[in-house]
Write a protein that binds this ligand. Structure first.
Ligand code: LLP
Length: 385
């Protein structure tokens, strides 16, 4: 991904920084547009994956909608060019102010996660004489077979309306005059690499939709969330995700009614592979059975390995020495501040440049200021050409 020319330019910049390859992002968006148009599917980009202004502006220019989880995400998505009529607003704990933000902006839809939330949205909509469009977020009790912290579709998770509440939801909806129910919504987890999991979701969604239809509720829209995984092990082999195989599962197994529209909320797959965290080796230190390569980037810049023990490919951009094993760690005063154990790298010394790959999703956006760290700078490929 990095040629000599760009590495030479990196050498002159203060590290750590995020680097976004806009060509990779554009190629990904072009492919996504092509495949979603083929099936007439609507894609809402999950802003939470990366809310960087330039990235949002580029994504919105392709005409995708936005999937927001806070009032600030709604405001920023509108400011960066997303169409209000294509904004969905999810989240298990929307504050009154955030709900008002959605109502004032006449967003496309609230994905509602409980009966109490339906009542609150109804009351707030009534107070401004509006009707809120909602989709019922259902907890389908489907195992996403991913890391437990990013599994959302099991009964034990806090998300969505569970099967035993369906009858009460129907009763409640009849009372609520400022709610228009337009859809069913599902999202079972993230970084899902086994497409059979999505087949399982389709089968459950078919049953659930039929149950509601049998009880007198019809939907114009079905939203199956996001969750498609990316190849963290070998990013260069799979820079552009296989959207076609993903969509074809839904095309084959999800039973849409008449002119129902199918919506997706993809985050990670749009942005993961375009981003890298570039860092410098501060020190190399001998441990008991290993050597530590201590970087100037830490969990404050990239939290994923510490939080989910997630794998990111680590490359030394400036050494061609013999390969050795290193524990690649950050400078933060926490033992979980580790990017990888026994990572095979060419002989690594102070001053070498390290790239941590596939960090465009849930990287920059999850960075934080512990140890009073500076926020990492951000560079884009078009600044280097
Ligand atoms: N829709 C809903 C309702 C969600 O909760 C999420 C992600 C998405 C869509 C987008 O999912 P994606 O296509 O990106 O998998 N910080 C974690 C991931 C958390 C995902 C939260 N929800 C990580 O770094 O792996």
């Amino acid at each position: 991904m990095f040629d000599k020319n760009i590495i030479n330019k990196f050498k002159k910049i203060k590290t750590p920084f995020y680097y976004y390859d806009l060509k990779v992002l554009e190629d990904t968006l072009t492919e996504l547009k092509k495949q979603s148009d083929k099936y007439s599917y609507t894609v809402h980009y999950a802003i939470k994956a990366n809310a960087n202004e330039r990235i949002l502006t580029l994504i919105s220019s392709y005409g995708f909608g936005a999937d927001c989880v806070s009032g600030n995400e709604i405001t920023k998505s509108i400011r960066t060019g997303f169409d209000k009529n294509k904004i969905v607003f999810a989240g298990v704990g929307k504050s009154d102010d955030e709900i008002m933000c959605g109502l004032k902006n006449d967003i496309f839809c609230f994905n509602v996660e409980s009966i109490q939330e339906l009542e609150v949205i109804n009351a707030l909509a009534a107070s401004v004489n509006k009707t809120a469009r909602v989709a019922l977020r259902i907890n389908p009790n489907v195992d996403a077979k991913t890391h437990q912290f990013i599994t959302t579709g099991l009964e034990e998770n806090k998300f969505g309306i569970n099967g035993w509440e369906f009858e009460d939801v129907i009763k409640k909806l009849k009372e609520l005059k400022h709610i228009e129910t337009i859809g069913l919504h599902f999202h079972i987890g993230s970084q899902i690499t086994d497409l059979n999991v999505f087949k399982g979701l389709c089968i459950r969604a078919n049953e659930i939709q039929s149950w509601f239809n049998d009880h007198g509720l019809e939907f114009e829209h079905i939203n199956v969330g996001g969750g498609l995984g990316v190849n963290y092990k070998e990013p260069d082999e799979n820079l552009i995700p296989d959207f076609n195989s993903f969509f074809s599962v839904f095309n084959k197994f999800l039973e849409l009614r008449g002119n129902q529209t199918l919506h997706f909320e993809l985050g990670r797959t749009l942005v993961a592979q375009c981003g890298s965290l570039i860092s410098k080796v501060l020190f190399v230190k001998e441990g008991v059975n290993t050597s530590f390569a201590i970087l100037d980037a830490g969990m404050t810049e990239l939290l994923r390995p510490a939080l989910y023990q997630s794998y990111h490919k680590i490359e030394n951009l400036t050494s061609e020495g013999d390969v050795q094993n290193y524990d690649v760690v950050g400078p933060i005063c926490e033992s979980s501040d580790t990017f990888g154990k026994s990572v095979k790298l060419p002989e690594t010394k102070r001053g070498d440049l390290i790239a941590i790959r596939s960090t465009g999703a849930y990287g920059e956006v999850m960075s934080f200021g512990y140890n009073l760290r500076d926020k990492a700078a951000v560079y884009y490929s078009d600044e280097f050409s």
